[in-house]
Design a protein around this ligand. Sequence first.
Ligand code: F6P
Length: 471
Amino acid sequence: MSKAEFVVVANRLPVDHDPDSENGWRRSPGGLVTALEPVMRKADGAWVGWAGKPNLEVEPFDFEGTHLVPVSLNEDEVQNYYEGMSNDTFWPLYHDVIAAPRYRRAWWDSYVTVNRRFAEAAAAAAADGATVWVQDYQLQLVPQMVRELRPDLTIGYFHHIPFPAYGLFAQLPWRRQVIQGLLGADVIGFQRVADAGNFARAVRRVFHYETKATGIRVPNADGTTRRAIARAFPISIDTESYIELAQREDIKARAVEIRENLGNPKKILLGVDRLDYTKGIRHRLKAYGELLNDGRLSVEDVVLVQVASPSRERVEAYMQLRDEIELTVGRINGDRDTMDHSAIRYLHQAYPREEMVALYLAADVMLVTALRDGMNLVAKEYVASRVDNRGVLVLSEFAGAADELGSALLMNPHDIGGLKDTIVRAVEMPAAEQGRRMRSLRKRVRENDVERWSQLFLNALAKAKEPENNA
Ligand code: F6P
């Protein structure tokens, strides 16, 4: 294939290897993939990423209009770069050390090696003067590595997860290398204004570079400087596709069927998360269990549906979390279930988007209780799906989505008493108030959809490259 004018570099390809499917691949359902899918379709670009399994050596290929460039990882690299450095060091550190980050030199070495492989693949795929857009914390060294290989390229980086306060970031033994890696980008995008602020502070503390508003003066090797931009671009969803699904007769009928299958409770509460310790699932279960024990809620009237999709299952902290959650669910159900009613319907599974929209339509209360979350697209998916202007979103202040979705019931998930009161308030909320809040939430999610997100980012990137910004 000829070289691409636009190259996305992400840890994962937008497809999963599936030997049973027609051509060996199927589109994968992840949040990032969903977010970038519409952009890629339009731009006719290339996507550099890992196919999700060790030792898979595959030549570049085209899939549904996108050129895919697979990067191969061996079993050691999956353990050290992906499970270790990305998901047992950066992930907990950047989510305010909810779990303890582990700092292993062998993991870091592997992270450097693999980042270089991604950078080389991106540099090889890009046409003269092309734009390269690097995604997320697994690839923080790639921007600077690409710049060194291909100074002609315009380089963007988007950080999908939180960027922590300097007091925490400073723990990282490789903090200089990470800041330097990110500063290789012309535009460094974050979910929240606070994340961009934390990053700028880290740049000042580690390198003493001048930062002014969103601009950072970065020295070049020849003594001149260039301006990098670090600012917030809150990500969103393909809102229109959720609206279309929510209006489909078969999906509306499926929502009714789900309700019936659950025994037609007065209220359905819903949690939808990757099974991750950042999501506050334990806090949610604690609050709900106590409400049943206190008699403020009853299994005759309410049920909690908790979808917890399997994630990073070989990382110790995730194995432990699964055990704890399944123990808690078992206890609550054991204590509170009747022959006819169950307190919690727990599903350790992932579902297609159609089924999720039916579930969103069936749920009277959506519980997003993350302890820390870059954005939380589930909150936006729920809002987009409520074409009937009904339903209540309970949303953690610690999710990026809280900056935009102020008409949700915002709460602090660490405050179990407050969370319990908020759940009761949501369950009892009159229809008129639901409508008022939901209309305002929907307006925001319709205006700021994923296409607008990528447009804003790519416009900022084009502008950052204009000569007057670099002296
Ligand atoms: O948004 C954070 C993120 O880590 C993405 O980069 C990733 O696609 C998603 O969560 C799921 O995680 P994983 O790729 O580790 O399964």
